[in-house]
Ligand binder design. Sequence first.
Ligand SMILES: N[C@@H](CCC[C@H](N)C(=O)O)C(=O)O
Length: 276
Amino acid sequence: MEFTKMHGLGNDFIIVAGEHELPNNVADLAIRLCNRFFGIGADGLVYILPSDNADFRMRIINSDGSEAEQCGNAIRCVAKYVFDNGLTSQTELTIETLGAGVQPVRLTTENGVATLVTVDMGQPILNGLDVPTTIDANPVIGHSITVDDREFAFTAVSMGNPHCVIYVDDAANFDLATWGPKLEKHPLFPRKINVEFAKVNSRNQVDMRVWERGAGPTLACGTGACATLVSSVLNGLTDRKATISLAGGDLLIDWNEANNRIYMTGPAAFAFTGTV
Ligand SMILES: N[C@@H](CCC[C@H](N)C(=O)O)C(=O)O
């Protein structure tokens, strides 16, 4: 099997193109190939597939074998992959996702390669039961959650995949390994959850670190950055356009007031290709 290793701000993926559907053993394959010691190593396995409704379709399997509905960093990688490899010459294209519908993507290019990718990530889902959480409220803002002896306040946002955003004093040094997995699997979240720990520095800049559902601590999370911006606007902490600074770099997130849609802009990069 031929693959290309790519990343969006260090959130890394094994990209496979040329198949028509996912293989039956895709969960097992993702676990084996994403393993950083015995496999290639990645946060997820991504397939670029043909679509009936869009230019391309993508599926993303987390490193634990679970499938995610959407992935903001992977969709930028997919867009760069198809453009730079000549599978399309369009700088505006559409990519179908499992849980966030068809997403329009715009590429900024230089000398025939994509340098930046802007994705229309759609409208956030704020109804607690739809995120999903077990909380019947719309929106779920500053809701208390207790883990062991510690109480946090979270805001719930779905970008097609579920997120809870928690504000902390120091996101960069937050103890992800202790609290991330306990929050991810908390009974308030029936399909588990991606957890963002955020520190707002100004109305236009937020530091964020993420514990991802099915992948653990990653260097960046595109949908998590979108959820953080939405949460920060709902909590009155930022304007509708802000830079979300992750361990792997910055994403620009813009929540358009007129159409309620979220636009994410950031880079994508090739690492290497291989055969396994
Ligand atoms: N890294 C991603 C999100 C990947 C999926 C996530 N772990 C989930 O299970 O929802 C991103 O950039 O959005």
